[in-house]
Design a protein around this ligand. Structure first.
Ligand code: PMP
Length: 284
């Protein structure tokens, strides 16, 4: 496939990055993944805004405008095959001459982007949706999970813990038994018809799918929403549990730690929310 590296397009096999790059040595960088279906990017502006917040948070001055990012993304879409592509954008602090923790001066950030094929937009219903079986564990990641850092070892180790036990995702909770998020997704629960998702703070990545879904549900008004602390006990007693991410959209969890969620079936509220989400009535 054709990738973008520091202003140029080239075959992936020709893209070369210094082994002294701080992204490689320290995981010192920020990334995004943006889905596109039939050539249309979903949530492009909020994804770029989140990346800019991440770059600001770690003092990387890049200065790419949203138009530049859109041009890179659309060029990758036109140079690569596939109607539905995920666009991966990555900015690291760049290559240093030595390994020293302090942010180096006069280093040019490394900008890398590639596309990968994704499944068609999941316009799923109860009968066709993948049913998620998940476990849970205490969140052992760092205290800055709102930054979409390329340093994902904490997430990777948590995901692997669930994966090797046969689960499709793992839900994380803090020392107070409050849900933070999944290792690769945000969490919603449904109780008595209300969709409830944990508040955003330093423990949680501000997911774009979470945000778009909240906004659609608020605009439509047929499903009530709440952003507040959600405990694991509430999840265990919930009628429904959902996960959200750009690659999954909204998926239903039918089993949590070996116990059925609600009646163990995909829920009615999920089906309504998914239909509203995929209706494409609003532009993001
Ligand atoms: N939390 C984590 C830890 C994630 O890796 C992701 C996926 N990027 C999400 C939440 C969901 O975010 P988004 O909806 O923006 O894909």
């Amino acid at each position: 496939s054709i990738v973008y590296l520091n202003g140029e397009y080239m075959p992936m096999s020709e893209a070369k990055i210094s082994p002294m790059d701080r992204g490689f040595l320290f995981g010192d960088g920020i990334y995004e993944v943006i889905p596109s279906y039939d050539g249309k990017l979903v949530g492009f502006a909020p994804h770029i805004e989140r990346m800019e917040q991440g770059l600001n948070a770690i003092d990387i001055e890049l200065g790419y405008s949203i138009e530049t990012w859109r041009d890179i993304s659309e060029t990758l879409m036109s140079k690569n095959d596939g109607a539905n592509l995920g666009i991966y954008l990555h900015v690291s602090r760049g290559p240093d001459t030595r390994r020293f923790h302090a942010y180096p001066e006069h280093v040019t950030p490394t900008v890398y982007a590639f596309s990968f094929e994704i499944a068609p937009e999941p316009k799923a219903n109860k009968a066709t949706v993948k049913q998620y079986v998940v476990s849970s564990t205490q969140d052992m990641r760092w205290q800055r999970c709102n930054i979409k850092s390329t340093a994902l070892l904490g997430n990777v180790m948590h995901f692997q813990q669930g994966y090797k036990a046969g689960n499709s995702e793992i839900i994380l909770f803090n020392a107070n038994n409050e849900i933070t998020e999944g290792s690769t997704s945000n969490v919603y629960i449904v109780k008595d018809g209300v969709a409830i998702t944990p508040l955003l703070d330093h423990q949680v990545l501000p997911g774009i799918t979470r945000l778009v879904l909240l906004d659609i549900l608020r605009k439509e008004g047929t499903i009530k929403v709440e952003e507040r602390v959600v405990t694991m006990d509430e999840a265990r007693n919930a009628d429904e549990v959902w996960l959200t991410s750009s690659s999954k959209e909204i998926v239903p969890v039918v089993e949590l730690d070996g116990e059925p969620v609600g009646d163990g079936q995909v829920g009615d509220v999920w089906e309504k929310a998914q239909a509203l989400y995929s209706a494409g009535k609003y532009d993001y």
